[in-house]
Design a protein around this ligand. Structure first.
Ligand SMILES: NC(=O)c1ccc[n+]([C@@H]2O[C@H](COP(=O)([O-])OP(=O)(O)OC[C@H]3O[C@@H](n4cnc5c(N)ncnc54)[C@H](OP(=O)(O)O)[C@@H]3O)[C@@H](O)[C@H]2O)c1
Length: 275
């Protein structure tokens, strides 16, 4: 169970949901390690929330596997145990773009990065660590070959597939990580005000702006999932609010989850080290 100053590693801390979550966790005395791209936004956040010198940042570009590996090494040097890893960062890209490693950018940032980061932090999470991945109830089919193909790129479908992949990753992780006493949770924040869909078609932007809420509730939920004893034995669950919700059926096929894990491990060249 997390102690008085739980160690929380998080991505996406500069975003709508992440910044509210980081601020709340800092108020709750957590020791925070923010994995972020350097920016004025990041500097301003750290300045604002770091009252007791408990917030540090590690530079990462999640679209680059080498950068994720370097960040994981830096985290391992900085802390001996991670109570919770919050995989919050994601992007929506309207056009096909390729990462340094040759992957489509949403696949690289939204799925391969948290997959690799989580696996590389296995030994720091071992012993009651929690991995919380922020996703959405996406029923888009995850077809890795389609995601790897420029010709098959369709922005909303690709984005949806990466969010479904987050769910499948979590459910497979929950099974694999039991050996290390690590829990895996997926979380859906509902529609929250942020810049995530800034490249989406105008009708989607207008609609989401109309119905989205401030990030406070999501921040509370995430802070609780990361630290509350109430969630110590809810590994493999998908949450919205403090409640378990049913994931889309399409994400529940254990064979498909295992196959996605195998392909992802190949793509990031995980080797023997992960879960
Ligand atoms: N907002 C919603 O309604 C909603 C609904 C369902 C699910 N979600 C999920 O909630 C999570 C957070 O979304 P949000 O709405 O808070 O989005 P956001 O405000 O756009 O924040 C995205 C975060 O990801 C970071 N990021 C993007 N690319 C990166 C990269 N290459 N390297 C490092 N960091 C990178 C951004 O950092 P920079 O400052 O460096 O850009 C930012 O901190 C996402 O997983 C999203 O899918 C959101």
């Amino acid at each position: 169970m997390p102690g008085l100053n739980p160690v929380i590693v998080m991505t996406g801390a500069t975003g709508g949901i992440g910044s509210a979550t980081a601020a709340l966790l800092a108020r709750r005395q957590a020791r925070l390690v923010l994995l972020s791209r350097p920016s004025e936004r990041l500097d301003a956040l750290v300045e604002k929330i770091d009252r007791d010198n408990r917030v540090s940042s590690v530079e990462v570009d999640l679209s680059s596997l080498a950068s994720v590996r370097a960040a994981a090494r830096q985290v391992a040097r900085t802390v001996t145990h991670v109570d919770a890893l919050l995989n919050i960062a994601a992007i929506y890209a309207s056009q096909y773009e390729q990462s340094d490693d040759g992957f489509e950018l949403m696949l690289a940032t939204n799925h391969l990065a948290p997959f690799l980061l989580t696996n590389l932090l296995r030994d720091r999470l071992a012993g009651a660590g929690r991995v919380i991945t922020v996703s959405a109830p996406s029923s888009t089919r995850v077809d890795v070959d389609q995601l790897l193909s420029k010709d098959h790129f369709r922005s909303l479908r690709t984005f949806g597939a990466t969010k479904a992949a987050n769910l499948m990753f979590t459910f497979e992780l929950a099974r694999r990580a039991k050996r290390w006493d690590v829990g895996a949770y997926a979380y859906h924040p509902g529609l929250v005000r942020s810049e995530l869909m800034r490249e989406a078609p105008r009708p989607i932007r207008v609609l989401t702006r109309l119905v989205s809420r401030p990030p406070d509730r999501a921040a509370e939920d995430l802070a609780d999932l990361a630290t509350s004893p109430a969630f110590a034995s809810t590994t493999g669950w998908f949450f919205k609010g403090g409640r378990r919700i049913d994931p889309p059926k399409s994400t529940l096929d254990a064979g498909a989850q295992g196959e996605l894990w195998r392909r992802s491990a190949e793509l990031v060249e995980l080797g023997e080290g992960g879960f």
